[in-house]
Design a protein around this ligand. Structure first.
Ligand SMILES: [Fe+2]
Length: 413
């Protein structure tokens, strides 16, 4: 019987609720305009191809492409949730870690290869879409999202984000054993490109003075800040954000984090190849776009509790499911999600099964109450694996939670 699941206040995604109605057929109303493909995207591929050592068949090599050094654990500025004054969160945090300021992570050659793989015409066609206007502001034909391509047609990027070395770096910062989420959450890009159309360029502030005046205005009028992703929580536990392109003299475009006193804290912008980390599932944040005519491209990958870490992941679908994020594709998205969740649960079940029999072998008494808690947690995990599917759950987006001050959040337990 499926009747119980269809009795929802929001049975289908509606445009007036900020949702993508054609989420099953590719969200083509959000396709990247031909002009952007012909001008700016073609230009970017030309520039990459023209680099003297460029090799389109480059293989990922952690020794060569990861530039992280042990000492960066000490030299990188980090903040805890407590440092940011955040005492109440929407779900249990994975650890006290909140954010890490930019640290060097990958080489320029790796950056170029990730851009090369992402800006191929078939990737733009199939895996890139303009943002959902429900959560973006002041975007143009030059601002878009891209992702979900890595597992299928971007082997370099796939290998990089899946490398044990990268997981280890993130785990060490966060203090919990983490691994990458599923493909659709891997190698996501927030893209803003500089216009090459002289008529459009005339409309954008040019001089440093004009740009700074605009920034000053925006600092005072938080609601006017142009963004490709307005105030939100991530659906993944930890976001690794790598700067892949940042035009010289770019003004604006930083990630802003809302602190416990409801103020905005701008994370200093990374240099190209540098990365930042945030516990995005409990930190409210905004991805702004530059006010200058500049490229700004970030690569974002979700990491969560790894199988065998003793914890189940706490990921959600709120902000990345196909009816909300136009670039997410229905069948791969949900298939990969279920594969991810079942794999994690399988590993967790195995671990719990072995623990029970180890205790038994040692002659310890069976702990009924502890086992009930363990099983209840897995029941909830299974329930959470389907509860946001579009077949049953299409509430208005963005949810009220995204604008609720931390201290007014309901208790999650
Ligand atoms: Fe985010």
């Amino acid at each position: 019987m499926t009747v119980a699941y269809t009795e929802s206040a929001y049975p289908v995604p509606l445009k007036e609720n900020g949702l993508i109605v054609e989420y099953k057929s590719g969200a083509h109303s959000h396709d990247i305009p031909q002009k952007t493909r012909d001008l700016e995207i073609a230009h970017m591929l030309e520039l990459l191809k023209a680099k003297p050592t460029f090799n389109p068949n480059l293989k990922f090599d952690p020794k060569k492409h990861l530039v992280f050094k042990e000492e960066y654990y000490k030299t990188t500025t980090t903040a805890t949730l407590e440092d940011l004054g955040i005492t109440k969160t929407r779900t249990a945090p994975i650890s006290g870690f909140a954010a890490a300021h930019p640290f060097p992570l990958i080489s320029q050659e790796a950056v170029d290869m990730m851009l090369w793989e992402a800006f191929q015409p078939n990737v733009i066609e199939n895996y890139a879409r303009l943002p959902n206007s429900g959560l973006s502001k002041g975007t143009t034909r030059l601002d878009f999202h891209l992702g979900g391509h890595c597992r299928y047609i971007a082997p370099f990027t796939w290998d990089l984000y899946n490398s044990p070395e990268v997981s280890e770096i993130i785990s060490n910062f966060v203090g919990v054993k983490l691994g990458p989420m599923f493909n659709s959450e891997l190698g996501h890009m927030n893209v803003s490109l500089a216009s090459l159309d002289p008529e459009e360029v005339k409309e954008i502030p040019q001089t440093k003075e004009d740009l700074l005046a605009k920034m000053e205005h925006l600092d005072k009028n938080k609601d006017d800040v142009p963004s490709s992703l307005g105030l939100h929580y991530d659906s993944g536990t930890i976001a690794l954000v790598i700067m892949l392109d940042l035009g010289e003299g770019a003004v604006g475009g930083e990630t802003g984090i809302v602190t416990g006193d409801d103020k905005m804290f701008r994370v200093p912008d990374p240099k190209i190849g540098y990365a930042t980390l945030i516990q995005g599932i409990v930190l409210k944040h905004v991805a702004t776009k530059p006010v200058s005519n500049s490229n700004r491209i970030t690569g974002v990958t979700g990491y969560a509790a790894a199988p065998g870490s003793g914890k189940l992941d706490n990921c959600r679908n709120t902000s990345n499911k196909p009816s909300v994020l136009p670039r997410a594709i229905h069948t791969p998205y949900w298939s990969e999600w279920i594969e991810y969740r079942f794999k994690n649960l399988e590993a967790h079940l195995k671990q719990e099964r072995e623990k029970v029999m180890e205790r038994f072998a040692k002659g310890a008494e069976f702990d009924q109450l502890a086992m009930i808690d363990t099983i209840k947690e897995m029941e909830k995990y299974l329930h959470d694996s389907w509860k946001e599917m579009e077949a049953v759950h299409n509430p208005p987006y963005p949810p009220a939670e995204f604008n609720t001050p931390y201290q007014d959040l309901p208790d999650y337990e």
